[in-house]
Design a protein. Structure first.
Length: 374
C-alpha cells in the first residue's frame, strides 16, 4: 500500500485505464462513504457504478471507528459490484497535515532527506510517530531552480487503522491518496480547461478543500475546518427534501396513488427564493434553516490571499464547486454573488455517465483515476 504516489497525469483517458481491472475510488466522509468504479471504453472513461451509503462519524482529527467504517465499506463495495479490484481512498477530515514547500532542485536521491528536514520546520507536531510523504508538483525558476513540493504527514496509527478497516471489509487498499490530488485529476486534466486559472472548491461534510490550478498544473491546496454541516447546507437540504416529499405525499394521498420519491441531490440552477444578506452574518434562508454563504466565501478568499502572498496576485477565472455541499442547487449563484467570481457546480471532465452525476462523487472519481502516467 502506498500513502502517496508521484504526481502524474495521463495524456488521455485510454492510457489511464490500461489495467487488467479498473480501480474503485472510495471517499470517506463524516456520515457517508462514496464509491465509484470507472471503466474504459472506445471513447475514454465511463462511470460504471457509483454509490453513497451511510457511514460512521469522523472526529475533528479525522479518526473513524474501524468496525463501523468496515461495515460501511462492505455495503459500498457491494453497491458498486466490487470484484477484487484495487481500491484507492483518502483519509477523512483533518487527519492529514499538508504543506506546500519550495526546495532547491536536487538529485532524487537527496530529495527525501531535504523534504524531511523542511517538514520538521513547517509541520507543528513531532514527526516521530508520523508517516511523511511528498509529491513533486513541478518546477519554477527565479534566481535558482526550485521544486514545488506538497508534503503530507499523518499519524501512523491512523493510516494503519484505515488499512485494517479496508481489510476487514474484504477490500484491497492499493493506496491512500490526497483529496487535492484526486480533485486535480478530475478537473484539470489535459485539454479539459485550456490553461484556465481554476479554483476547485470541494465542500465536504466537515472540511472544505480549495485547490488552485493553472495551465493544468496543481499550484496550491488548503483544507479549511468548515463543511456542509457547519455551514448549514445539510440542514437546508434536509428541509428541502422534507418539503419535496411532503407536497407530493399530500397530492398522492388525495389522488389515491403512490408517493413519488424525491431526488437524492439537486441538479442545475433554480430560482432563488429568500434573501441574500451580505456582511458578517450573510446567510440564505431556506426550508430547513440558513446557510453561511459568507463564511464559505471567506475561507476561499483566505486561501487565495495566502497563495497570492507568495506568488503575486492570482485570480481564478472560474470557481468549480464539488462535494456534498454542492448538492444544494442554489449554492453556485449565491456563492458567486458573495465572492464576486464566476462559480458553478462542476462535473468531472472526460467521464461519461448515463444519469446526472452527484457532485459529491468528484473526489471518489479522482481517486479511481489514481496511477495514470505521463
Amino acid at each position: 500500500m502506498r500513502f502517496l504516489k508521484q504526481l502524474k497525469w495521463p495524456d488521455n483517458f485510454r492510457r489511464l485505464f490500461r489495467r487488467e481491472r479498473p480501480l474503485v475510488g472510495v471517499s470517506v466522509d463524516a456520515g457517508e462513504v462514496r464509491a465509484v468504479r470507472l471503466v474504459a471504453d472506445s471513447r475514454g472513461g465511463r462511470l460504471d457504478a457509483a454509490a453513497a451509503v451511510p457511514g460512521p462519524e469522523v472526529d475533528t482529527n479525522g479518526t473513524v471507528p474501524e468496525a463501523a467504517l468496515s461495515d460501511a465499506l462492505r455495503e459500498a463495495a457491494s453497491a458498486v459490484r466490487y470484484d477484487g479490484e484495487w481500491a484507492v481512498s483518502a483519509l477523512p477530515g483533518m487527519a492529514v497535515i499538508e504543506r506546500m514547500l519550495k526546495i532547491p532542485a536536487m538529485p532524487r536521491s537527496e530529495l527525501e532527506g531535504a523534504v524531511r528536514f523542511e517538514a520538521e520546520q513547517h509541520i507543528p507536531v513531532p514527526l516521530d510517530d508520523m508517516i511523511v510523504e511528498h509529491v513533486v508538483l513541478g518546477e519554477e525558476e527565479n534566481q535558482e531552480r526550485l521544486l514545488r513540493v506538497m508534503v503530507a504527514a499523518c499519524r501512523r496509527d491512523a493510516v494503519m487503522g484505515f488499512h485494517r478497516a479496508f481489510s476487514l471489509a474484504g477490500l484491497t487498499l492499493a493506496a491512500i491518496d490526497l483529496p487535492a490530488l484526486a480533485l486535480w485529476r478530475c478537473f484539470a486534466g489535459e485539454d479539459q480547461n485550456h490553461g484556465r486559472r481554476l479554483a476547485i472548491v470541494n465542500i465536504g461534510t466537515m472540511v472544505t478543500n480549495c485547490v488552485l490550478v493553472e495551465n493544468n498544473h496543481l499550484l496550491f491546496s488548503r483544507t479549511s475546518p468548515v463543511g456542509s454541516r457547519s455551514l448549514g447546507i445539510d440542514q437546508v437540504l434536509a428541509g428541502e427534501q422534507e418539503a419535496a416529499l411532503g407536497q407530493p405525499t399530500a397530492l398522492a394521498e388525495a389522488a389515491g396513488g403512490e408517493t413519488p420519491r424525491a431526488a437524492a441531490f439537486a441538479v442545475g440552477d433554480r430560482s432563488r427564493d429568500g434573501v441574500l444578506i451580505t456582511g458578517p452574518f450573510a446567510w440564505h434562508a431556506g426550508p430547513g434553516g440558513g446557510v453561511m454563504v459568507d463564511q464559505l466565501a471567506g475561507e476561499i478568499r483566505r486561501s487565495l490571499e495566502f497563495f497570492a502572498s507568495g506568488h503575486g496576485e492570482w485570480v481564478p477565472e472560474r470557481v468549480m464547486l464539488t462535494g456534498p455541499g454542492a448538492r444544494w442547487g442554489e449554492l453556485a449563484g449565491l456563492f458567486s454573488d458573495e465572492l464576486g467570481l464566476e462559480a458553478s457546480v462542476a462535473i468531472p471532465g472526460g467521464i461519461r455517465t448515463d444519469a446526472a452525476m452527484d457532485p459529491a462523487l468528484a473526489t471518489a472519481c479522482g481517486l479511481a483515476m489514481w496511477g495514470g502516467r505521463l
